[in-house]
Structure formats: structure tokens, C-alpha cells
Design a protein. Structure first.
Length: 198
């Protein structure tokens, strides 16, 4: 069982201010190492992909998403999980509704978030991307705290791995017709505004 830690505004701000990288892990994230990772075979990191997830859909702050990403979810735990039998997925980071960060895979390893995908002619995006999941659904708003954590996280990763702004995309952009997340609930204008203002 993962600890449920809900920071107040002040604590979240101080966590975010101290956010940095140490051997490809976030210093201020909760580490939940996942077996769903692989060595990046040749390509360097050059893309950030934003996703959303919640299990069951629309239910937040439970253990199911971390359990899915670490291979410890039993599909018997909920009727909605039948389709997840044998599914091995992960992301580098999950940003929970209250703005806390859970990291499952170190950034120098490939996390299994993209599936069949391509960006600007380069296929198999897991190899060269970092996957960030926002706890949520495609059609509901993300929280202020999630933007508050996401923006500095993206800046840190862009700086740490030399990723230009035009290579921060949604899952929908690398798997069109198959994926639609993070969906209309994600305010890209707000995200870019906050990113540029920092
Ligand atoms: Zn996705």
C-alpha cells in the first residue's frame, strides 16, 4: 500500500522549488521502481509525451495506477480491470491530482507508455521519449496543482536532456487515430503560457 501524502500549498511549492535530477531520478518524487522498463537501445532522449490515466476511469487517489505501472495490479480487484490482464505498461512519472510526483522508471531507461507510435517519421517513441502521466480523464479539467508541478517538471527535463519546446507533445500526437489523451481537458494554452512565464 502506498502512503497517501497530501501536501498543502506551501509544502507543494517548496517541493517543486527543490525539484532536481539525481542519476535520472527526481529528488522530490516518490520512487516506485517498475519492472516495466528497458534499456534505451540507441536513440537519445528527445521527446516528452503527456498522457492521462485513472483507474477505474474518473477515480483518483487510489493505488490502482501505481499498481498497474509496477505490475502488481490484480485484474480481479475491479470489474473494469478485465482488459488489463497481461498488460505491461509504465510511465516515467505520474502527477497526482494534488500535485505530488511518483516516478516509476529512471529517465535514462525506456518506460512503456507510448505503444505503437511515431513522431516526425521516427517510430517506437518509447525509445527516445519520456512519458508523463497526469492523473485524470480526457474530458475533465486537470487541477491547478497538476499544472503547478507539471510546468517545472517539464522545464527540468527540457534542460536536463536538451529537449526543445516543439518536442513536448500529447499521446494523441504520436498515436493519432489510436489515442486521444491527454484530451480536451488539458489546457495546452495555459501550459505553454506558464512554461514561458517561468
Ligand atoms: Zn497515453
Amino acid at each position: 500500500m502506498l502512503p497517501v501524502f497530501i501536501p498543502n500549498e506551501e509544502v507543494l511549492t517548496s517541493l517543486i522549488e527543490r525539484l532536481s535530477l539525481e542519476h535520472h531520478w527526481l529528488t522530490e518524487g516518490l520512487r516506485c521502481p517498475s519492472p516495466h522498463q528497458s534499456v534505451r537501445l540507441k536513440e537519445t532522449i528527445s521527446l516528452i509525451v503527456l498522457h492521462c490515466i485513472s483507474l477505474p476511469a474518473g477515480h483518483f487517489a487510489n493505488r490502482y495506477v501505481p499498481a498497474l505501472f509496477t505490475g502488481t495490479l490484480s485484474t480481479k480487484e475491479h470489474a473494469d480491470f478485465a482488459d488489463l490482464e497481461g498488460v505491461k505498461v509504465s510511465a516515467h512519472v505520474l502527477i497526482r491530482r494534488e500535485g505530488t510526483l511518483l516516478q516509476f522508471v529512471p529517465f535514462d531507461q525506456a518506460a512503456w507508455h507510448a505503444g505503437v507510435s511515431a513522431y516526425q517519421g521516427q517510430s517506437g517513441c518509447n525509445e527516445f521519449s519520456i512519458g508523463i502521466e497526469l492523473e485524470g480523464t480526457e474530458h475533465s479539467s486537470y487541477t491547478d496543482q497538476q499544472y503547478q508541478a507539471l510546468v517545472p517538471l517539464i522545464q527540468l527535463l527540457q534542460k536536463g536532456y536538451s529537449i526543445p519546446e516543439d518536442r513536448v507533445v500529447g499521446h494523441a500526437d504520436i498515436a493519432p487515430g489510436r489515442k486521444t489523451d491527454p484530451g480536451p481537458g488539458f489546457d495546452w494554452d495555459r501550459f505553454w503560457r506558464q512554461l514561458q512565464a517561468r
